[in-house]
Design a protein around this ligand. Sequence first.
Ligand SMILES: [Ca+2]
Ligand SMILES: [Ca+2]
Ligand SMILES: [Ca+2]
Ligand SMILES: [Ca+2]
Length: 380
Amino acid sequence: MKKAHGFTMLETLIAGVIGIMVLGAATIAVLAITNTLNLQKARAGLDEESKLLADYLMAKIQSAGNEYIRPWAVVYAHDAGSSRISHQIDEDQRSDAITIGQPLGQDMTVETWNWTLGNKSIDVTAKATKVCGQCPSYEGKHVVIYNSTQTAYYPAYITKQESSVVTSGECNGDTANDKTVVVRCRYDLEPSKAGAKPINSHLIYGVNSDLLSMQEVTFETYYLVIRELFKIHQLWGYKDHNNNGRPDATNDERFTLANDVYDLQISMGYDYAPQDRRLPDYESSDDEWFNNSVNDCDAIVESATDFNNDGYLVPTGAQPKQLRMAAIGITVGKRIRGIGRDKKFSFVQHFNGACLNPYGYHLRGTKSRAMLRSLNLYEP
Ligand SMILES: [Ca+2]
Ligand SMILES: [Ca+2]
Ligand SMILES: [Ca+2]
Ligand SMILES: [Ca+2]
């Protein structure tokens, strides 16, 4: 009798195993596709986000100083400054911070002025004040004091202000007349700790030389707060209302701009070697960009000078007034599972910043640079 053909146990087993293998392979393929799609989606999202943040900061930098104050006096990049501001507890973080100042417009024409002993207060006689016979209210505010040639700048914080005294003329509501009324103003001051640096301040300290200007300025500083332990990677902004050099939680001093920001790097371009309206960038210490050097994830410290700049650092041989361009590198990230976890996909470094490739995170960076907009008004 012919034996009915059937599957032996072995055949069934083999078929089963093959079936599982096919199914398994299909599942892996589907997972891989899903992962790739997720990764692409994540990438596109991150690219867009980092670009938005870079554009936001770039627009602020470009309008720094408006038409009143030269941008180099109110834009200051702090290399590895984030950790100093936020007291980051994590090592290997050398994110930058940037301070940007916006003047609030001309309030008066200064006639005469002088500093008192120790540069603790300034006496000003002024006319054409916004409100006739009234000194501008600067108490509790930051100002930039500068000479008419804009070669010297002193960012100050007004701690106290005396009442205005009209010394010549009388306010009567007639515009032409009111503009000639002279008023004496006295302000007590201390150096501003909001992040901008004085430049050539010896040219205005206690010297009644050129005509002086005083302008209220709002300084904003952007920096990163990174706490790996708590998975906090945030971009913050702050305005130092009480001039203690710290972003306090009270008094609306600080605000969060974005989550999942892993790095912020700033490089400034100075046209000085030679001054020829060109700023080559070789990502080295031999170009005209400051703090842009990388060398296989070891930062090269570019040599800096500070002659007469009162702490304002520029590349060796350059002057603050040769600042022409700013570049921003910003890195955003997302925790990711599967393929994107692979380190090689998410290696990001900007300028002299840290080399970032944390396991389990996908990082994307944007670099953006621009000319400081108001410069064509001043360039010789
Ligand atoms: Ca840096
Ligand atoms: Ca403060
Ligand atoms: Ca040049
Ligand atoms: Ca350089």
